[in-house]
Design a binder for this molecule. Structure first.
Ligand code: ADP
Ligand code: MG
Length: 224
């Protein structure tokens, strides 16, 4: 089996303020959020990352995406060490991996229509013509089960489950090979939760995605 993403002995320390020592200096304390974690995500598989709240799961996910720099350790993306790549060097790799979060409300721009939201990645990466983008918006929203009547709606006009569908559509726009899903269903009702998990499962098979699925709910992971 081919490994597409590997975290090798990864750690993250945060410096947190413990208040003032005296007028001139603050007391800082090192807080260890992630301590020497190793994981391997294999091609076209789902890997579950489980742990109670505060155990460092999101911190791991953010480091895997290089949205947060590790204090120690390495991030290997398809045999390439991306731990110290600069932002402009990372741009091409960013297309390959996408992340979705629990809180779809704050990760979607409230001023943009759904059609605009899902084609934003094409605008950022300067891909396709205007007409092609409209066509792709249609395709992407269709893929996640949202028909034409949704195109000109705004995030606040949707239910939590529908908003998460939009996040998924946008994350898949650039046809990534890796998806980090950070508790994508934790804020949803039981039955909507199942629908979103089914959707992720279908898309995973259809697109050959490798998914790092973060959750504190073991039953959710089992169903994937
Ligand atoms: P989980 O996703 O498993 O709930 P997190 O990765 O969000 O856990 O957080 C792990 C620990 O690191 C928590 O105790 C959290 O308070 C702490 N933490 C996360 N981000 C920061 C930060 N930027 N500064 C300081 N502490 C942080
Ligand atoms: Mg978290």
């Amino acid at each position: 089996m081919k490994t597409v993403l590997e975290l090798k002995n990864i750690s993250k320390h945060f410096n947190i303020n413990k208040g003032f020592k005296n007028f001139f200096s603050q007391q800082k304390e090192k807080f260890i959020a992630v301590d020497n974690v190793n994981l391997k995500l294999e091609s076209k598989k789902v890997l579950g990352l489980v742990g109670e709240s505060g155990s460092g799961k999101s911190t791991c996910g953010l480091m895997a995406m290089r949205l947060l720099n590790p204090s120690n350790g390495n991030i290997i993306l398809e045999n390439k060490d991306i731990t110290t790549l600069k932002n402009h060097e990372l741009k091409n790799y960013r297309k390959q991996m996408q992340i979705i979060f629990q809180d779809s409300y704050s990760s979607l721009n409230p001023m943009m229509t759904l059609a605009k939201i899902v084609i934003e990645p094409f605008v950022i990466h300067n891909l396709y013509t205007f007409n092609e983008r409209q066509e792709l918006a249609n395709e992407l929203l269709n893929k996640v089960g949202l028909d034409k009547t949704y195109h000109n709606r705004y995030p606040h006009e949707l239910s939590g489950g529908e908003r998460q569908r939009v996040s998924i559509a946008r994350a898949l726009a650039l046809k990534p090979t890796i998806l980090v899903a950070d508790e994508p269903t934790s804020a949803l009702d039981v039955c909507v939760k199942a629908q979103v998990i089914n959707l992720l499962h279908e898309l995973q098979e259809e697109m050959g995605l490798s998914i790092l699925f973060i959750s504190h709910e073991l039953n959710v992971l089992r169903s994937l």
